[in-house]
Design a protein around this ligand. Structure first.
Ligand code: DOR
Length: 436
């Protein structure tokens, strides 16, 4: 289609307004007020198949991704069985192709069964199509094994995506360790558990020269470690998530204040308080404090942070609608990510160009892949309410349920083909044009 009067932002964050082709076809659509962006790339999503299809499938996840503007998603290997064999990687790729949603790139396990004892066949997994290796959710505790993993991954020409967490130090923590966890009497996850692991992982990566990608960095000191490793020339990259850029540990206690909203006062009006101990706020790494949120945004602005990845972690209600301490970690976030980020940009937390880079060229560089010509069309002013029905994902586990968000993907184009289009958007634009 051809969009007239549309504001296009490219993968380097440069913007231009005018007439732009999006995908194939010659239908002309009024694009005034709309954004045309490259298809977003998510380095970190849980599609749950095989093994946890009640939470998500490759097909439901790949279609939810398109609604969120992600035309490429990296599927995490914490499936059952774990994605540790070439046949499983091939099966995932085949199912994704049939689903015709977002393109799905398999991330294979580092260790057999993700058990942390024995390396998987990394070279064969890469040959079968794995774009990276990770035991996501479970760090590789054994430093010697982690070193071997990095060495083999370097040989296979793939990065290692690591969930950096010292599990001895984090113990049985369920939320960020701080004043709120003390108030609620919930066991805390110490920021130091993340930071000591990041320091270890960077040191081992430097010893091997392999490409290390740190997943969902959530603390200010973690960002500092990445910043100084990069300054020293290490091959280290990192991602942050939309929930860590917007939500706070106080959400566990029932607050629903975005990190940029004032503590009190009417502008913008405070959203109603949620239910304290709402397990939809339980995520690992946990929601942190305001200083951490600001540090993540600063890391994005100065290039320390390479990518924004959703860590989309859908869970069936049976794993979430239980006591806080028993609930699974994870937020279903692939459909709300872009709206939340656009609202943060409106609140001057960061620049649109920086966010677009972190969702497109940044993750492509982490993967070492060329950009495709996938594209999305976004209505930045369209408001919508997050609800069970509005989410295509099987995972309804988001603390944003009931929240009104601004900014909505209205079309997603993969391989030249419109694979998702909001049924109303073209009609709505025609009505606007007639009314003008
Ligand atoms: O919150 C999380 N959810 N953190 C993880 O490390 C794993 C993930 C999941 O698989 O649900």
């Amino acid at each position: 289609m051809i969009l007239t009067n549309v504001t296009r932002i490219d993968a380097d964050g440069r913007s231009s307004t005018g007439r732009h082709q999006a995908g194939s076809g010659t239908e002309t659509v009024d694009g005034s007020g709309l954004l045309l962006l490259p298809g977003l790339i998510d380095l970190h999503a849980h599609l749950r198949e095989p093994g946890f299809e009640e939470s998500e499938t490759i097909a439901t996840g790949a279609h939810a991704a398109l609604r969120g503007g992600f035309t490429t998603v990296c599927a995490m290997p914490n499936t059952q069985p774990a994605m540790d064999a070439p046949g499983l990687v091939a099966e995932l790729t085949a199912r994704a192709r049939v689903a015709r949603g977002a393109r799905v790139l398999p991330v294979a396990a580092i260790t057999r069964g993700r058990a942390g004892h024995e390396l998987a066949d990394l070279v064969e997994l890469a040959a079968a199509g794995a774009v990276a290796f990770s035991d996501d959710g479970d760090p590789v505790d054994d430093a010697r094994l982690f070193r071997s993993a990095l060495e083999y991954a370097r040989g296979a020409g793939r990065p290692v995506f690591e969930h950096s967490q010292d599990r001895v130090l984090s113990g049985r923590g369920v939320m960020h360790e701080g004043a709120v966890s003390a108030d609620l009497g919930l066991a805390g996850l110490s920021p130091a558990a993340e930071e000591t692991a990041i320091a270890r992982d960077i040191a081992i990566a430097r010893a091997t020269g392999a490409r290390l990608h740190l997943q969902h960095v959530s603390t200010a000191a973690g960002i500092d470690l990445v910043r100084s490793a990069k300054a020293a020339g290490a091959s280290v990259t990192c991602e942050v998530t939309p929930h860590h850029l917007a939500l706070l540990d106080e959400w566990v206690a029932g607050s629903r204040r975005f990190a940029w909203e004032p503590v009190r006062g009417a502008s913008p009006p405070q959203a109603p308080r949620g239910v304290p101990y709402d397990s939809a706020t339980k995520v690992n790494p946990p929601l942190r404090g305001e200083a951490d949120v600001r540090a993540l945004w600063a890391g994005l602005a100065d290039g320390t942070v390479d990518a924004i990845a959703t860590d989309h972690a859908p869970h069936a209600s049976i794993r979430k609608d239980v006591e806080y301490a028993e609930a699974a970690f994870g937020i279903s976030g692939i459909e709300t990510a872009l709206s939340v980020l656009l609202m943060a940009i409106d609140a001057r937390m960061g620049e649109l160009s920086v966010v677009v880079r972190a969702l497109t060229s940044g993750p492509a560089r982490v993967l070492g892949l060329a950009l495709t010509d996938d594209a999305i069309v976004v209505d930045p002013l369209r408001e919508w309410t997050v609800s069970v029905e509005a989410l295509a994902s099987r995972g309804k586990n988001t603390p944003l349920l009931g929240r009104r968000l601004r900014g909505r993907v209205v079309a997603a184009i993969v391989d030249g083909e419109v694979r998702y289009a909001d049924p109303a958007w073209k009609g709505a634009r025609r009505a606007e044009a007639v009314a003008r």
